[in-house]
Design a protein around this ligand. Structure first.
Ligand SMILES: CC(C)(COP(=O)(O)OP(=O)(O)OC[C@H]1O[C@@H](n2cnc3c(N)ncnc32)[C@H](O)[C@@H]1OP(=O)(O)O)[C@@H](O)C(=O)NCCC(=O)NCCS
Length: 205
C-alpha cells in the first residue's frame, strides 16, 4: 500500500469493499464521468463479476482504492499491516472515497508502455485537493516505479475541473473527438490527454 500526505492508496478487498463498490457502480453521476457506457443498475453479483475483471486484468496494471491516511503512530494501520485495515466486524476501517484505475490501451503495453487512468472521488471528497495530490503520486508511480513511457486519459470537454487538474499535474491536450459522450440527452466532445515520461522527468528526479 502507498501513502501521500493525506491519502492511503490500497487494493480492493471483495470482503470489505464490495457493498460500497456496488453503491458506486449505481451512482449515475460518477459512472457518467468515468465510463463511455450509459449507466445501468448494477446488482451486488454484477459488481463482484465486474470487479474481478478489473482487478485481474490482463495488463496486470493496478486498480487502487483511495482512503484517508491513518494517523501516524496512534493508528494500527499506519504500521502497514494488512489485517489492521479491517475492523472486528469485517468492515473496512478506512472506507474508500476514491478510485484510481490503471489500464492499458492495447495488449502491446510492454512495448509501448502506455498506461491509461480512470479516476473519481465521491462528492464529499471533491475539491479538497485530493485529486491533485493523488495524481502527483500516480505520475511518480507510473514513471519511476512502473517505467511507463506515457500516461493517457480521455475526459469530457465539459468537465472543466478535471481538465484543470490534469493540466496542472502535467498532462497536455492531444486531440479532440467530437460528440463522443452521450450524457443525459446531449453530446459532449471528448478531449484526449497525454503525459510523457520526458515531461515528468524534466521537472522531477
Ligand atoms: C476530477 C476529480 C478527480 C478532481 O479531483 P479533486 O480532488 O476534486 O480536484 P482538486 O481539489 O485537487 O483540484 C480541483 C481544482 O479544480 C479547480 N476547479 C474546481 N471547479 C472548477 C471549475 N468549475 N472550473 C475550473 N476549475 C475548477 C479548483 O480550483 C482546483 O484548482 P487549484 O488546485 O488550481 O486551485 C474529482 O473532482 C472527481 O472525482 N470528479 C468526479 C468524477 C470525474 O469527473 N472524474 C474524472 C473523469 S475523466
Amino acid at each position: 500500500m502507498f501513502y501521500t500526505d493525506r491519502l492511503m492508496i490500497r487494493s480492493f478487498d471483495p470482503d470489505t469493499d464490495l457493498n460500497l463498490m456496488t453503491q458506486w457502480l449505481n451512482d449515475v453521476e460518477i459512472m457518467s464521468a468515468i465510463s463511455l457506457h450509459p449507466p445501468v443498475a448494477c446488482s451486488k453479483a454484477d459488481a463482484k463479476k465486474f470487479m474481478e475483471k478489473i482487478v485481474q486484468k490482463e495488463s496486470k496494471l493496478p486498480f487502487f482504492l483511495v482512503c484517508e491516511k491513518p494517523t501516524p503512530g496512534t493508528d494500527p494501520a499506519s504500521l502497514g499491516k494488512h489485517e489492521d485495515l479491517f475492523s472486528k466486524d469485517g468492515t473496512a476501517r478506512y472506507p474508500f472515497f476514491g478510485i484510481l484505475n490503471m489500464g492499458s490501451p492495447d495488449e502491446m503495453h510492454f512495448a509501448t508502455r502506455v498506461v491509461r487512468w480512470g479516476i473519481a472521488f465521491d462528492r464529499d471528497h471533491q475539491d479538497r485537493g485530493y485529486g491533485s495530490e493523488l495524481l502527483q503520486w500516480a505520475a511518480e508511480y507510473c514513471f519511476k516505479t512502473l517505467g511507463a513511457h506515457k500516461v493517457e486519459l480521455d475526459v469530457s470537454a465539459a468537465n472543466v475541473r478535471a481538465l484543470h487538474v490534469y493540466e496542472k499535474v502535467g498532462f497536455k491536450k492531444e486531440g479532440l473527438r467530437k460528440k463522443r459522450f452521450w450524457i443525459n440527452g446531449h453530446w459532449e466532445d471528448m478531449v484526449e490527454m497525454g503525459f510523457l515520461e520526458e515531461d515528468w522527468f524534466a521537472t522531477h528526479q
